[in-house]
Design a protein around this ligand. Structure first.
Ligand code: ADQ
Length: 460
């Protein structure tokens, strides 16, 4: 079997998973072994210190490098997170484009390619992950790398009317065309990309999964990301989780726990969610002193201004709701901004009657899938899910809501709280079947099979 080489901006410490991409990549690599290349999370003092480091864990090899401060500012905080991230989440109002940040983005992609190219074997399969590294494939090709190279975008691809606001959209398109296969999370993202190629770049659709543009023919499709359902369910079912849940119930626990788990990010709709919870307590006062929202939101990217603002807003809102509605024996909103172990998260999901997953825009959202996987099938909780999360394209048995409409989310939360056991069991069973059909293993297998087929399709 060919060696799998995964490249992502940040290589995770397997004991410290930071976000959805880490979860997917670790699942993919643990199963089949391989190499994971990328940034080690450290900042080196000068360029001459930028060396490649190696570490091994079972069948996995980690190959990592630091960044220098300027790269961190211009490539990571700059073009990736202050330009591409907001544009892809339809937030042009938050996008900041500067020539330095584009330059930093090019520079780091070139350097990654320079470091990686000599390490590749002839039959390695290279799989590049996410928006930080769109031009990496082209930079590898420029160094003579003829291997199969696939790219997967973990975040949404916006409608072309939005994407073309990125000053570098033509350059990015040419970079996309250098891959053998470009994968998206949902049918909608794939469609948006095809519209961009055909309506804005003069390209054409060759077949359902092949595009031609900028003198290149390449494959594109959608491959919804999934989780390792059984291992997550096992965590939620473990004696440790049961102990955790007993302890929570014995202490201050409310009778009805509603849970939200997200990186602290403006795309996750956290202020709107808190407002919806307040609205629930206003519209359905019988929940006062009975229900509480546990919101877990560890801060990320705090050096980007928009992230500091969302943190302030959220802290203000939870203080306001607790001050206005809370009592000496009841706190409506518990807000924790710390990272928890996956075992603790699994126990918390299981102990929660409602999972509130209400992003304003999200590539997929693995929390929605983890919440379902963690439930006790004989007495499951209910998932309330934003129509703007990629997961909503598939998870039809969740209560689908418009996260901008606080009344809609409040009514759905009440419906979840009041839902009869039989209906909860039916919905949960259907959701679990969907999760299994599109789990982490299938995601990897289907993407790699399509990558394999892409070469043959072009040759034909
Ligand atoms: P993220 O934006 O990070 O991922 P998501 O898919 O929800 O969003 O994944 C978050 C992961 O981090 C989950 O596995 C969750 O359990 C974990 N997590 C969150 N808060 C935590 C905490 N306090 N402690 C520990 N773990 C925590 C990006 C895209 C998504 C896409 C994924 C995968 O933005 O749309 O679903 O990649 O492709």
């Amino acid at each position: 079997m060919s060696r799998l080489v995964i490249v992502s901006n940040r290589v995770a410490d397997p004991n410290q998973v930071h976000g959805g991409l880490d979860v997917c990549v670790l699942d993919a690599l643990r199963k089949r072994g391989g190499v994971w290349f990328g940034w080690n999370g450290e900042i080196a003092s000068k360029e001459s210190c930028l060396e490649v480091g190696y570490a091994k864990l079972d069948r996995l090899t980690f190959v990592t490098t630091p960044l220098v401060e300027r790269d961190y500012d211009e490539y990571y905080l700059g073009f990736a997170n202050a330009a591409l991230w907001p544009v892809h989440h339809y937030r042009l109002d938050l996008a900041r484009f500067t020539p330095e940040s584009v330059e930093g983005y090019r520079r780091v992609n070139e350097r990654f390619a320079e470091m990686l190219a000599p390490l590749l074997r002839r039959d390695d399969i290279v799989w590049v992950q996410d928006y930080h590294l769109i031009p990496l494939g082209a930079a590898l090709r420029a160094r003579g790398v003829a291997n199969r190279i696939g790219f997967f975008l973990h975040i949404p691809f916006p409608p072309p009317e939005v994407f073309v606001a990125t000053p570098e959209h033509e350059w990015l398109m040419r970079a996309y065309a250098e891959y053998d296969l470009v994968g998206f999370q949902t049918k909608t993202d794939h469609l948006n990309f095809c519209r961009f190629v055909t309506e804005c770049m003069g390209g054409r659709i060759v077949s359902t999964d092949m595009l031609q543009v900028a003198g290149k023919v390449f494959s594109a499709g959608f491959f919804p990301v999934g989780i390792d359902v059984d291992s997550f369910a096992a965590m939620a079912d473990s004696p440790d989780a049961a102990r955790h849940i007993r302890r929570m119930r014995k202490t201050s626990a409310p009778r009805i726990r509603v849970i939200g788990v997200d990186r602290l990010d403006y795309t996750k709709g956290l202020p709107d969610r808190l407002r919806s919870f307040k609205r629930l307590l206003e519209l359905y006062p019988e929940n006062r002193k009975r229900a509480a929202l546990l919101q877990i939101a560890p801060p990320t990217r705090e050096d980007v201004q928009a992230y500091a603002e969302i943190r302030r807003e959220l802290e203000g809102l939870s203080g306001e709701i607790n001050g206005e509605l809370g009592d000496f024996d009841w706190t409506p909103v518990h807000y924790i901004h710390r990272r928890l172990s996956r075992e603790t998260l699994a126990a918390l999901y299981r102990a929660s009657r409602v999972g509130l997953v209400t992003p304003l825009r999200d590539g997929m959202n693995l929390v929605a899938k983890e919440y379902v996987a963690a439930q006790d099938g004989t007495n499951p909780g209910v998932l309330v899910l934003s129509r703007f999360a990629g997961a909503a394209e598939d998870l039809e048995e969740a209560l689908i809501v418009n996260p901008y409409d606080v009344d809609d989310v409040a009514h759905a939360t009440q419906r979840a709280i009041a839902m009869p056991l039989v209906e909860r069991i039916d919905r949960h069973r259907a959701l679990l079947t969907r999760l299994r059909a599109r789990d982490a293993r299938n995601w990897t297998r289907e993407f790699l099979q399509a990558l394999d087929a892409s070469r043959m399709a072009v040759a034909a």
